[in-house]
Each structure stands twice: as C-alpha cells, then as structure tokens.
Design a binder for this molecule. Sequence first.
Ligand SMILES: *Cc1c(COP(=O)(O)O)cnc(C)c1O
Length: 387
Amino acid sequence: MTTQGFKQAPHKLLVIPGPIEVSDEVLYANAHPSMSHVSPEFVPVFGDCIRMTRDVVFSAEGQPFLISGSGTLGWDQVAANLIEPGEDVLVLHSGYFGDSFAECIEAYGGKATQVKAEIGAAVSQSEIEKALKAKNYKVVTFTHVDTSTGVLSDAKAIVETVRRVAPDALVVMDAVCSVASEEILMDEWDLDVILTASQKGLGTPPGLSILIASKRAIQKFESRKTPVTSYYASWKKWLPIMKAYESGSAAYFATPPVNLIYAYHASLSQITKSKPSLPERFKLHKEVSQRIKGVAADLGIKQVPTDPAYAANGMTALYFPTGVSAADIIGPLNQKGIVIAGGLHTAIKDKYFRIGHMGVTVVDAERGDVDKLVTSLQDVLKAALTK
Ligand SMILES: *Cc1c(COP(=O)(O)O)cnc(C)c1O
C-alpha cells in the first residue's frame, strides 16, 4: 500500500479505549479523492470490506452490515430489527454499557431485564442460568469488554449456557471494545450478533457502525410479525444493499461514508491480510496488556477487574492509589504527550482511570508507543506515590 510519502502530523499519543491511534496508511486512504458511492471503482472496495469484516470474527456465513453511525447504532439495529415491542430481553451487565443497551432496547418498546454483576466482575454462568429459567427471553445481550470496567466476559461460556437452558434465544454481543483486540470465533462459539464500531480495535476513524448477524438472527428478523421500529436502522432497507455490494453491484438506500470505507478497507487489509497475522495480533495484545498491568501491579496499584483472568487485553482500568487523584496522573501524562482516559462507570467515576492499548500502538513496535507509555506511566505513578 502506498501513502505517496504521506505522514500524519506530530501529535500526542492517543491511548484511551477508543478512538485509538490510526496508521498513516489508513489516514491516507481516508483522503481518497471523492468518489461516487455507486461507481464501479468503489463497489468492490465496499464488497471487500464486507468480506474482511467476516474474517476478523472468523465467520463464514454471518451477514455484515456497514452503516454510517457509531457503535451505538448497533444497539438500535438490534432493538429495532430483532426485538418486537413487548418482547423480553435479558441484559447481562458488567458495567456502564449494559445500562445504555437496556435503555436503547426500552426506547423501541422491548422489555429489558438486567442481571448486574458486582463492579469489576462479569455475571456468573449460574446467575445466567437462574435468570433464563425464571422467564422466556427472545434475546440475551452481554458486553464482551465493558469499557467502563475493563472486564472481559467469557463469550464462549455465555453462549453455551444460553444454548443449554434457552436454545431459542438469540445471543447478542456488544463487541465495540473487543473486535480485533480479543479473539472472537463467531461461528464456532455460535454467536448470533456481534456489534462494533470503526474507531476502537479496528483502527479506523470514528463514524462506522459494524454489525454481523448469524443466519439464525436473519431468520428471526425475517419472521417477525410486526413492522421494524426504525427507518434508518431497518435491515429491510440495508440487507439488499449489503447483498448488492458484496455481489459486485451498487444499490442505494442512504449514502455510505465513502471515504471512511476506503479507510476501513486499508485497516482491514492490514489486520486480515498482512503481518502480523490475526492470531499473532491477539497474542501481541495479551503481551502488551500484561506489560502495562505489570507496571501497576509492581507498584501495588489495583485493577478494576477483580479477577485478572477476566481483564481485557485491549485496555486497562486502574484504581487511583490512596491519596492520589486524576490530577496526579492524567495531567502529568498529558504533559509527556500521552492521552489517557478518566473513569466512566458512574459508581466509581472519580476513583479510577483507563488506558487503551489496541491496534497499531500494540502491533507496530517500531512506533515505540508501548515503550513510551510504559516508561511514562512508571515515572508518573512513582512520582504520585511519593509526592
Ligand atoms: C465505545 C463503546 C460503545 C459505544 O460506541 P460509540 O461508537 O461511542 O457509539 C458501546 N459499547 C461499548 C462496549 C463501547 O466500548
């Protein structure tokens, strides 16, 4: 891939849990000359994006939807297409994003019941089983990595439990903060919906809602009895568009974000067709995650996830040590040219901070991002602890 010498301007290192750093190749692709969305040059680019989206989650048959919007639009798609008004949905809550997904479902007339884990934990399989035995649910949702806590849910185990106790329920995974940084085997694990966005592990500027639906999910959608409850998010409108582009012809419902699709194509090509390979990428995310979590552990700083086995590999959430506040950590790191994030979970908002480590920052060692982050984090934490 050529960037014709393009290099992005010097800037602070963005290591929040999305948006993340974007490679020069991806940014250059975003600067593609303006193109007609129905031109013969653009159609195969969109088609490739649909195919490579499947590859990232190891799905042979899932139906991708690439729609202008952010990750949030994925919730709207699920609520408007897969849930009919009055139907029950079980929302497994491992942080802030469970509440938001539930709120979205209710906005479309679905009935959301939440099972909430303690802060720093995921809902246990026995609690899921208990909830599924108490009521019939059309859909079960969970957050793969809850970006407010850094908790990684066990996707494979959740699907197994649902299939065993409530075989007809659809399993929907909010993977906005896990696609391309955590291993996801959509077909093998038998997930029904994976929803994500362009700006986190997928290393593309914000603006694209990315969703993959299983055959079972599409069948449930096609057999719904009441009309879809959204206009823009309706799969009735988008399914023919996705099928047309994938088969090599253009179709129109609403204009796709043409330049962003070029950028997404560049990023997907790096992720699925270049080195390091996808499995190597997951391994690198694990190694870098261990390194960053190790810096904190060595200084006695506690992670938000209560069990290290359920901590995400693409981000780290750390409690401020006693007597230390955001001003001692976030500001000084910013002065060293590093942008991290504060807390998000309402119950502990001012008590912790978050670092994102996904995408090029992790896989392209030549950039030196991780070394810079680790050294600066050590310096700033030590200074805060001895102030
Ligand atoms: C970021 C995020 C969202 C929301 O995505 P937007 O692109 O901000 O709309 C939803 N769920 C999770 C887990 C996220 O990390």
